[in-house]
Design a protein around this ligand. Structure first.
Ligand SMILES: Cc1cc2nc3c(=O)[nH]c(=O)nc-3n(C[C@H](O)[C@H](O)[C@H](O)COP(=O)(O)OP(=O)(O)OC[C@H]3O[C@@H](n4cnc5c(N)ncnc54)[C@H](O)[C@@H]3O)c2cc1C
Length: 455
């Protein structure tokens, strides 16, 4: 997968650049007991520092949400995954860096003494006086980074909203670690190829951090929009999904079926990601000619549960996007399988609407679709889904799995479609894991999953 390849290529680039600079500046350890261990400790500290800062720089770059990143990694959800992987790698290598510095010196001293300990490396002349400050700032930033990573992974400790606010402090942490890096990186590592690479990474990362702190991320793709209509898809407010038609300004670039946007209904709350549950032009235009797109919002949390009371026609909102590469297409030789769970059906509604005209049938293949719902009798989206499936071209065959009737999708059910599949899945994490597990055992199954998760 593209995301993993980029991650490992980035790690390899950092390692090779470090190895090149270390090899060129290599001084054989003196023939004194423990000298080799002191040398290994020193280079271990440098390598883990390079890894950690290189990954932190990648994190800052990816936080910019640029369209070229989507093309590079294969969709915004993959950009977020790479961002998270880089975050975990930065944290793990920062812990190694800290542990090497804090503990190994004492062990080597106890075992061999300090006879082989190298003298302190020279740093950049203009940064010599920053050593103490760089050390202190780096240490505190490291503790903050570890706490943040624990809170990211252990989701029960902190709900999403406060976590998101904390996340906004990450650029400050990055700038603190950049200061630590500049103050303490030895002259030997500033030599090519590591030095120029580190300088570029620090410049890009610091620029991205400042951009982020200035609130500029996503601004170039943000549009002032208006709510055209709001409709409850069911009878129970706060339980049934809400359909929100949004009117977009003339300079809205348009979207592709399956993409999502960040919608900000009120400034204090900030934006939330929602799929555009309509094909391009499928909702027509408002009286003033504005292009209309549909959002279908399920009350899944504290904010969305009360949206039916807050949203009114005529209200303004900001829409940022569109993002994503979830296009439901695949290789002609493979059977297309779509799997939707709950509100994960929204991108498929857009993809099905894009199949309603014979004109767009070119290049599309028949599809076997599975829709998992909690209760088909109460599902406000199911009638529309069935109507769209009935007139889709090329055909889409729908199987509904109704949990209220104990009908569950088992990944083994997909074996009947053969050994060459393109699986497009959007739904709960557990469903995704189960299908992915099965897909791992089938070499010809290609899995494309829109992760409805950004933490
Ligand atoms: C790419 C993508 C597309 C989505 N499309 C749809 C859709 O079409 N319809 C729909 O109903 N839901 C969709 N969601 C889910 C939707 O964004 C969340 O249900 C909603 O943001 C929950 O907000 P809350 O404050 O009510 O919930 P909370 O109780 O605050 O949070 C519940 C969970 O929602 C997620 N979440 C909350 N706030 C945000 C945020 N600002 N940014 C990112 N994630 C957040 C977190 O994972 C959190 O754990 C999509 C999510 C993603 C990532």
């Amino acid at each position: 997968m593209q995301m993993k390849r980029i991650f490992w290529a980035w790690a390899a680039m950092l390692t090779l650049a470090w190895a090149g600079a270390t090899w060129m500046g290599w001084n054989s350890p003196p023939d004194v007991p423990g000298a080799l261990w002191w040398q290994m400790r020193r280079h271990g500290i440098y390598l883990t520092g390079v890894w950690s800062m290189g990954m932190m720089s990648l994190i800052m770059l990816l936080a910019l949400r640029q369209p070229w990143q989507e093309r590079w990694v294969g969709g915004m959800d993959q950009v977020y995954r790479l961002h998270k992987w880089a975050g975990m790698a930065a944290g793990a290598t920062a812990v190694m860096h800290w542990a090497l510095k804090e503990y190994t010196g004492g062990w080597i001293k106890t075992a061999w003494g300090t006879g082989g300990k190298p003298v302190r490396d020279a740093v950049l002349a203009w940064a010599t006086d920053w050593r103490g400050l760089g050390k202190d700032v780096g240490e505190w930033a490291f503790y903050a980074l570890v706490v943040f990573i624990v809170l990211t992974l252990w989701q029960k400790l902190l709900p999403y909203k406060p976590w998101r606010k904390l996340h906004r402090a990450m650029p400050v942490l990055y700038l603190a670690l950049a200061l630590h890096t500049v103050a303490l990186t030895p002259l030997t590592l500033w030599a090519a190829p590591m030095g120029p690479l580190l300088a570029v990474l620090l410049l890009i990362g610091s620029g991205a951090a400042v951009w982020s702190l200035a609130g500029r991320v996503g601004q170039a793709r943000s549009y002032a929009a208006r709510i055209e209509s709001v409709r409850l898809l069911g009878s129970q407010p706060g339980i049934a999904p809400l359909e929100v038609l949004c009117a977009l300004p003339a300079h809205w670039p348009g979207h592709r079926a399956g993409q999502f946007v960040f919608a900000r209904f009120d400034a204090e709350e900030g934006h939330h990601p929602f799929t555009i549950a309509s094909a391009p032009d499928a909702c027509g235009r408002a009286a003033d000619g504005a292009a209309l797109v549909r959002l279908v919002i399920k009350p899944l949390g504290d904010y969305t549960r009360h949206l039916h009371q807050r949203l009114q026609p005529g209200q303004t909102l900001r829409i940022e996007g569109p993002y994503g590469h979830f296009d439901g297409r695949g290789a002609p030789a493979r059977q297309q399988v779509w799997i939707a769970g709950g509100v994960g059906v929204t991108p498929f509604i857009a993809l099905l609407e894009a199949r309603q005209s014979a004109a767009v049938a070119d290049g599309l293949a028949p599809v076997a679709m599975h829709y998992c719902t909690r209760d088909a009798a109460q599902d406000g989206l199911l009638p529309r889904l069935q109507a769209l499936v009935a007139s889709a071209r090329p055909p889409v065959v729908l199987t509904v799995h109704d949990a209220a009737q104990q009908q569950f999708l088992s990944p083994q059910d997909l074996l009947r479609y053969g050994s060459a599949l393109d699986i497009w899945l959007c739904g709960p994490a557990g469903l995704g894991r189960a299908v992915r597990e099965q897909a791992r055992q089938q070499r010809g199954w290609h899995m494309h999953q829109e992760a409805f998760q950004m933490r």
